[in-house]
Design a protein around this ligand. Structure first.
Ligand SMILES: Nc1nc2c(ncn2[C@@H]2O[C@H](COP(=O)(O)OP(=O)(O)O)[C@@H](O)[C@H]2O)c(=O)[nH]1
Ligand SMILES: [Mg+2]
Length: 232
């Protein structure tokens, strides 16, 4: 284990706080499933906190706590009580409070994941809340969705197209989705997942691990503990 690696676990990120990663996308696309998967895969190598957003309930936080993917007190629920996109884009105070309280109580942390309440294709995070964003689409929404674009699809730092296992049932062509996503994303990465079939979500975890390393050290950290990238 390198000296750098020890530093990373004893002190906050070089810029003084954890990377804040927003996960947005339509209701039901698999955001909470992805958060659970990332906690499982990255929990052993990163210090994590999670903030969930629901309109009137704490359903997603409750699900994650029951799943046992992270110490329950590291999962904080924000009840938006309004349009879910408002709470991540316009009036971000409740979410910022939640993120900051996690860092105060459990810091230093490497990564705080903020799951949006789920909305339509237009919801994106304020840059005042999220340093990086993942947008999650769902294959069962149909293969035309990436082509329709929208700010989440086009500008998110990573586009995740989930539920590839359902492609045959809904007649979705993943090649079309891949081509159309590439056409509107100007080189930004796209990853296809089936959280159900491959719950370790290796490619997404590797991408997240990389952005945390860059955030913490200012560059990809070659001595870091590896995230498994291949199926066992
Ligand atoms: N078939 C299939 N179902 C999935 C997959 N990922 C999530 N789901 C299911 O889709 C539903 C919605 O997932 P959830 O994570 O709650 O979506 P969210 O509203 O975006 O947070 C749940 O019943 C999940 O079990 C997947 O890869 N394949
Ligand atoms: Mg959810």
């Amino acid at each position: 284990m390198s000296a750098d690696h020890d530093d990373r676990h004893d002190s906050p990120a070089a810029n003084g706080r954890a990377l804040r990663l927003g996960i947005g996308g339509p209701v039901g696309s698999g955001k909470t499933a992805l958060v659970a998967a990332l906690c499982r895969t990255l929990g052993p190598v990163l210090r994590l906190g999670v903030v969930t957003n629901d309109i009137y309930t704490t359903e997603d936080a409750d699900f994650l706590r029951r799943a046992g993917v992270l110490a329950p007190e590291r999962i904080v629920a924000v009840q938006t009580g309004c349009c879910p996109h408002t709470a991540i884009r316009d009036d971000i105070a409740a979410n910022l409070d939640a993120v900051e309280s996690l860092e105060e109580r459990f810091g230093p942390l490497d990564l705080v994941i903020v799951e949006s309440g789920g909305d339509n294709l237009t919801a994106t995070f304020s840059q005042g809340l999220a340093d990086r964003q993942i947008f999650v689409l769902d294959v069962s929404g149909g293969d035309k969705v990436p082509r329709k674009g929208g700010p989440g699809v086009t500008t998110a730092d990573l586009l995740v197209i989930n539920k590839t296992d359902l492609a045959p049932q809904v007649g979705a062509d993943l090649t079309v989705m891949s081509r159309d996503a590439a056409a509107v994303r100007d080189g930004r990465p796209v990853v296809f997942t089936s959280v159900r079939e491959v719950p370790e979500v290796y490619a997404v975890a590797e991408w997240v691990h990389g952005i945390v390393q860059t955030w913490t050290h200012g560059h990809e950290h070659t001595g870091s503990p590896a995230v498994p990238t291949t199926n066992p």
